[in-house]
Design a protein around this ligand. Structure first.
Ligand code: 2HG
Ligand code: ZN
Length: 484
């Protein structure tokens, strides 16, 4: 249990950070004390907004001295309440948004060094300005920040070829829970000096320290891209198509996103200016993006040829290749709006699951049938990153569900889904992390050896428990509580 910040600590922090770096004004704090989904409402005595690593280091040192907890936050786009403080009000919110400098950007070295508060879309623009690209992308790219993306090992819609953040981070600078600065920004291809602290900090959700900057891998800019919207009969057919495209155009396929008819309907109903790309009705769709660097020989032709072959052998029901960048963007808007449309439509028990890629089509269809049978009136709308074996297996509440469905019946649905995933050898959190939302489920279903190791690492690096408490690392009694 952490301590409440004393007036002396708050005064010292105010002095150190100045007016731009310290606020205890409730109107300033309010938007940052609630998560994107409006599921978690926290409290904090102040919001600290450092502008440099030195300031972060002093903040952490001052707080460690008094045993006061810190909750790091970037763009506040966590899907699992990972950046929202608890309701007790004894933690301080540590906003990293003012640390938003690109420290360096080199097309020759193929890396960018970005501070934690750099917004993903700004990194995309910066990389493009030197003829390179940072390949990871997601719907929240206009507000998600590098520190949060690193700390959650973010995935998104472009993982297929270049991997998650783990595969794209080449160096890290972080402030550890005693205030010391871990500087490992050098992009060393080989480094065998023991435990890889960088990898430990990636995906640690701020529980082992605060990421202040990262060295990120850049890849060649897009020479041309082919974006297609494809209608098909089943997830099995979708996976067959992915293998077919793999053979035809290799790793040019960078996105392979599954969209069920119901998810498309939600977007068309709730998001203005959207229209269905295909004329007929299809139970399933995939959005495919194939990218070729500047030098590739006529990739569009190969991609079109492969799709026509898929159509001829019945893998695909119908398909349209975007005829312009504007049309490609319109296809992507349909995909990227699913979360928003779903939120507008009503309550759902959300799940972010993975199983082995080859087993996902069958798993998701069978699991959806079992859920709908066991919980009459629910509808499963699984969508997302089929090419990564990761779908958002979201279960919509029955239309006549009472208020509070998520916190009541929804919990039983979640336990049921997670039991099925665990039995299939999969993960209950493929890309969104654990935060506070999945803590009790991780405690209930996590491998005991893994949980014991996580607790031991947390205790060793953060003995006072001041870094983002109540997130990611389950306490021994966390299996009792649950929130979908
Ligand atoms: C996506 O893939 C995001 O669109 C959000 O990870 C998923 O809202 C969701 O369940
Ligand atoms: Zn996703």
């Amino acid at each position: 249990m952490s301590n409440h910040p004393s007036p002396a600590l708050l005064a010292a922090l105010r002095d150190r950070l100045g007016p731009k770096g310290f606020s205890s004004d409730s109107a300033d704090l309010a938007p940052w004390l609630e998560d994107w989904r409006r599921r978690y409402h926290g409290a904090a005595a102040a919001m600290l907004s450092p502008a440099s690593t030195d300031e972060v280091s002093d903040i952490v040192r001052f707080c460690a001295d008094e045993g006061v907890a810190l909750v790091p936050q970037g763009g506040n786009t966590s899907m699992v309440g990972g950046a929202t403080p608890g309701p007790e009000g004894d933690a301080l919110l540590l906003s990293m948004r003012r640390m938003n400098k690109m420290r360096s950007l080199s097309a020759d070295a193929n890396v960018a060094v970005a501070e934690a508060g750099v917004i993903l879309a700004h990194l995309h623009d910066a990389a493009a300005s030197v003829g390179r690209r940072f390949p990871l992308s997601l719907g929240a790219r206009g507000s998600a920040t590098i520190g949060g993306l690193v700390s959650t090992n973010a995935g998104g819609t472009q993982v297929l070829r270049f991997g998650t953040m783990r595969g794209l981070v080449e160096g890290i600078e972080a402030v550890l829970p005693d205030g010391s600065v871990f500087n490992s920004l050098a992009a060393l291809k080989k480094d065998n000096r023991g435990y890889d602290l960088r990898q430990l900090l990636i995906g640690a959700e701020g529980t082992l320290g605060v990421v202040t900057a990262a060295t990120l891998r850049l890849v060649p800019a897009v020479g041309s891209r082919s974006v297609a919207w494809i209608g098909l009969a089943s997830p099995e057919k979708a996976l067959a198509l992915l293998r077919l495209l793999d053979n035809a155009v290799g790793d040019a396929v960078e996105s392979f996103e599954l969209v069920p008819r119901q998810a498309l309907d939600l977007v068309l109903r709730h998001v203005s200016g959207t229209r269905a790309p295909l004329q007929g009705t299809h139970e399933w769709h995939v959005l495919v993006e194939a990218v070729a660097p500047m030098v590739a020989p006529d990739p569009e032709k190969e991609f079109g040829r492969a799709l026509r072959a898929a159509l001829a052998i019945g893998v695909v029901e119908d398909a349209v290749i975007a005829a312009s960048e504007a049309q490609a963007e319109a296809f992507w808007r349909l995909r990227d709006s699913i979360s928003e449309a779903e939120k507008k439509d009503g309550p759902a028990a959300k799940h972010d699951i993975s199983v082995e890629v080859s087993t996902m089509p069958r798993f998701m269809v069978e699991a959806a049938a079992e859920v709908e049978r066991r919980f009459p009136g629910t509808r499963v709308v699984p969508f997302g990153h089929l090419g990564d074996g990761n779908v958002h297996f979201n279960v919509r509440a029955p239309t006549d569900a009472a208020a509070g469905w998520i916190e009541n019946e929804g919990l039983a649905v979640t336990a049921f889904v997670h039991d099925l995933v665990t039995a299939a050898g999969g993960s209950i959190s493929a890309e969104h992390g654990i935060g506070q939302m999945r803590l009790s489920e991780l405690a209930r279903l996590g491998d005991p050896a893994r949980l014991a190791a996580m607790r031991a690492i947390k205790k060793a690096l953060d003995p006072k428990g001041i870094m983002n408490p109540g997130k990611l690392v389950p306490a021994l009694d966390d299996a009792q509580e649950s929130l979908a």
